[in-house]
Write a protein that binds this ligand. Structure first.
Ligand SMILES: [Mg+2]
Length: 333
């Protein structure tokens, strides 16, 4: 039986884009000097103030930041502190670039999260070496993190990655005022499948379904994850209900088209999937859990209505209060 290639599954092609270094200094000449040293090897962005640095960091998510300490307005220490407060940026390595004697107390920089110091006037080999070292460390951390976020059996995102991605995409869509959709999917009569064919074939079927879901994620921000057991979940940011229904129907059809025989299913000759779609029209801080609950309920309805189908629901901000959780005793298979 072929094991999923965890390594290649973990390495998102999006992550292999060019490496981006952000240089922050209120003196343009200083930026020019550093940019000349680094521009051969990296994509270099620059900011001439703390405010601008925070804006660029939030939108471009650089791989490393070279940060001047003394700047009018928001100084380097404050920029580093703010970066640490942002979950998307807190792991971005920050190297402080300071003039001799400019910073009395270097420990303060490390306290606010800097990984290193470089002193001005800068030496090109030192800049190159330090930047390369910290980028390598970051890439190793990123890789380990990505492996830890992959489901070992199926090679797609695991529950932990789902939780983290939902948090992140929720915040993003909330900022943009865009809708966000979830698809909950569950293999029909999977217990019967395992009982009839054995767990080896059960695992093979789980992999096939997982890869089919993943193949239907067409945009880099769409994520398919194993939610647990034979249950899967997809996050579709900036996707209205109709769009999510289309994706769900495509997934349902693709799983049916795998034509995996299921002799133990009372409804169909092959393995099928039931899917519940839920869309938050306006994601709010309070509604994240409600959306999951609603997707779960839509999935339950799809099961009740005869399986191998898609049911959907919409979460409006005003229906939030009435979205009570479904009966915990409701069993689905
Ligand atoms: Mg300065």
């Amino acid at each position: 039986m072929q094991q999923p290639d965890v390594f290649s599954a973990a390495v998102d092609p999006e992550a292999q884009d060019e490496t981006v270094v952000l240089i922050v200094d209120d003196v343009p000449t200083n930026i020019q000097i550093l940019a000349d040293i680094l521009k051969e090897d990296y994509r270099v962005l620059f900011a001439t103030s703390g405010e601008q640095a925070l804006n660029i960091a939030a939108t471009r998510e650089p791989d490393l930041i070279l940060l001047d300490v003394m700047m009018p307005g928001i100084d380097g220490f404050t920029v580093a502190t703010r970066l640490k407060e942002d979950p998307l940026l807190r792991d971005t390595p920050v190297i402080f670039v300071t003039a001799m004697g400019e910073v009395e107390d270097e420990t303060r920089g490390f306290e606010v999260g800097a990984v290193d110091y470089i002193t001005k006037p800068v030496s090109p080999p030192v800049v190159r070496a330090r930047v390369r070292t910290h980028l390598e460390l970051k890439h190793q951390r990123d890789l380990l993190r990505r492996i830890a976020l992959v489901d070992g059996l199926t090679g797609i995102a695991n529950r932990r990655q789902f939780d983290e991605s939902l948090d992140r995409e929720w915040r993003r869509t909330q900022r943009q005022g865009a809708p966000l959709s979830l698809i909950m999917a569950d293999i029909d009569y999977f217990k019967g499948y395992n009982d009839h064919y054995g767990h080896g074939d059960g695992d093979t079927a789980l992999r096939a379904v997982a890869q089919t879901l993943k193949a239907q994620m067409r945009r880099p921000t769409d994520i398919a994850a194993r939610y647990g057991g034979e249950e899967f979940v997809c996050i579709l940011p900036e996707t209205p209900l109709e769009g999510a229904e289309e994706v769900a129907e495509r997934i349902r059809h693709a799983v049916e088209a795998l034509a995996i025989p299921h002799a133990a299913s009372p409804d169909a000759p092959c393995l099928t999937l039931s899917l519940g779609v839920a869309t938050a029209v306006e994601p709010t801080k309070a509604s994240q859990k409600s959306l999951l609950t609603l997707a779960d309920r839509a999935l339950y309805e799809a099961k009740q209505a005869g399986r191998n189908r898609v049911c959907s629901k919409t979460l409006y901000s005003k229906t939030l209060a009435s979205s009570e959780p479904p009966d915990a005793n409701e069993e689905i298979s």
